[in-house]
Design a protein around this ligand. Structure first.
Ligand code: SF4
Ligand code: SF4
Length: 182
C-alpha cells in the first residue's frame, strides 16, 4: 500500500465509514435468526430426530421382523434385539427391541437398512430427560414415540431415508420398493 493511499484512509476514516455503512445495512435487513421456541423454522425432510418404531395401522403392532440388520449396521452399537423361534411355526419372534438413545450418533443407517421400514428417526427433536433411563427406549417406548410423532404429521407420512437416494430401486429389498406412506 502506498504512503499516499494510507494517509488518505487515515485522514478520511474510510475503514470506520465502511464499518458504519455495513452496520446500517444490517440494521434494516431481514434477520436470519428466529425467536425460538415461539417461532420455528421448517425442518428439512428426513431430519434425524427421536427414534420410533412404526406402528402398523392394520395390526396396531410394530413391523420389526427381527432380522438384526439395524443392530449390525449401527456404528454406535446401541440397538439391542433378542429373538426366539416359535416352537410350532418356527417363525421368528422379537422378544426385545431397545435403543440406547444416549449412545446414538443419529447417522440414520438403521432406518435406511431396515427392509420393512419398521424403524424411523422422526422429525421430533424437542425432548429431554432427567435420567439416563428415560432416554433408553424400549420397544413400548419406541411405539409410543411413533404415536406422539404421527399425530403431528400430515398423512400419509413417508421418510426419505426409507428409500434412500442414490441407490437404484432394483437393489432395494422388495418391501422397500413397494413401500408407500403410512
Ligand atoms: S441412527 Fe445410527 S447410531 Fe443411531 S441407532 Fe441408528 S444406526 Fe445406530
Ligand atoms: S432392520 Fe428393521 S426389521 Fe430388521 S431388526 Fe431392525 S427394525 Fe427390525
Amino acid at each position: 500500500m502506498s504512503q499516499r493511499s494510507s494517509l488518505f484512509k487515515t485522514v478520511f476514516l474510510t475503514e470506520i465509514l465502511k464499518g458504519l455503512s455495513l452496520t446500517l445495512r444490517k440494521l434494516f435487513a431481514k434477520p436470519v435468526t428466529v425467536q425460538y421456541p415461539e417461532e420455528k423454522k421448517p425442518l428439512a425432510p428426513g431430519f434425524r430426530g427421536r427414534h420410533a418404531l412404526v406402528r402398523d395401522p392394520e395390526t396396531g403392532k410394530d413391523r420389526c421382523v427381527g432380522c438384526y440388520r439395524c443392530a449390525q449396521v449401527c456404528p454406535a452399537q446401541c440397538i439391542y434385539i433378542e429373538t426366539e423361534r416359535d416352537p410350532e411355526t418356527r417363525a421368528r419372534i422379537v422378544k426385545r427391541y431397545d435403543i440406547d438413545a444416549l449412545r446414538c450418533i443419529f447417522c440414520g443407517y438403521c432406518e435406511e437398512v431396515c427392509p420393512v421400514n419398521a424403524l424411523v428417526l422422526t422429525e421430533f427433536f424437542e425432548y429431554s430427560a432427567y435420567s439416563r433411563e428415560d432416554l433408553y427406549f424400549t420397544r413400548e417406548k419406541l411405539l409410543s414415540n411413533w404415536d406422539e410423532f404421527i399425530v403431528t404429521q400430515k398423512r400419509p407420512y413417508f421418510n426419505p431415508f426409507w428409500k434412500p437416494r442414490g441407490i437404484p430401486e432394483k437393489r432395494l429389498p422388495a418391501p422397500k420398493r413397494k413401500a408407500e406412506g403410512i
